[in-house]
Design a protein around this ligand. Structure first.
Ligand code: SAH
Length: 240
């Protein structure tokens, strides 16, 4: 009898502890969830991004887990952040804008140049069927691959290499997004775009480029239009 009373006491106590722990976890997650909601309404919707799939992906993707610990508290602010090795994670609005311009669909295979933290790839992974992403800095390629794996993004493949070469083994791509700035549009990337495909890239001189949308028409003709002035890190040339 005595034993049984003890048993039920302990069972009740452990239930209470479990409920308490879950509540703490939920409360602990709450500030980032609301920071993300605010980021999307104040920085992204307010500037005209309307694609509901893009907005949903930006609302649920834990951007703070893609940046180093020392800048984690700034993860949802309206600017780029350093992620080490001279690289930055783009401002949230720019990620949303480039994604909306690319217009990925579930049937699409997308190539990203400049994996960096892996955040843009994570957003694309939720909208496209498959994402291939190339990063020139080995340490960044490794850490982005680890973050994406740990967070369960299973349709994203990261490779260390020179983005100027594209990914010929996986080409053609329905969409190509370039997140470091080449001085000119790389011909090899345009060649790896499928007919009807679209490429979004910052193109131009160091610190001052145009965000450009390139469309390869069904007849193979390539059209290009500038969208807004932007400032990305220059794309490195592997030869240098
Ligand atoms: N998309 C990233 C941000 C990228 S910053 C994110 O969501 O975090 C630009 C990245 O491009 C840097 O990580 C830089 O190392 C990489 N990069 C620069 N030149 C490159 C090249 N030639 N090929 C592939 N990656 C390159």
């Amino acid at each position: 009898m005595q034993h049984r009373r003890h048993d039920s006491f302990f069972r009740l106590a452990s239930c209470l502890i479990l409920v308490l722990r879950m509540t703490t976890l939920l409360i602990a997650d709450d500030p980032v969830t609301s920071q993300r909601q605010r980021m999307v309404s104040a920085q992204i919707q307010s500037r005209g991004i309307r694609n509901p799939d893009v907005l949903r992906a930006m609302r649920i993707t834990p951007r703070h887990l893609f940046v180093p610990l020392d800048v984690r508290s700034f993860a949802y602010e309206d600017h780029p952040l350093p992620i080490g090795f001279g690289a930055t994670i783009s401002q949230p609005y720019i990620v949303a804008l480039m994604t909306e311009l690319l217009a990925p669909a579930k049937s699409h295979r997308v190539l990203e140049i400049g994996t960096g933290s892996g955040y843009q790839a994570a957003i694309l992974g939720q909208l496209a069927g498959a994402v291939y992403t190339i990063e020139i800095v080995p340490e960044l390629a490794q850490s982005a691959a680890r973050t994406l794996r740990e967070l369960g993004y299973s349709n994203i493949t990261v490779r260390q290499g020179d983005g100027y070469q594209g990914w010929p083994e996986q080409a053609p791509f329905d969409g190509i997004i370039v997140t470091a700035a080449p001085p000119e549009l790389p011909e090899k990337l345009i060649a790896q775009l499928s007919k009807g495909g679209r490429l979004v890239a910052p193109v131009g001189a160091i610190w001052s480029q145009d965000l450009v949308v390139v469309e390869k028409k069904l007849d193979g003709k390539v059209e290009r239009r500038p969208v807004i002035p932007v400032s990305f890190l220059p794309m490195k040339s592997a030869a240098k």
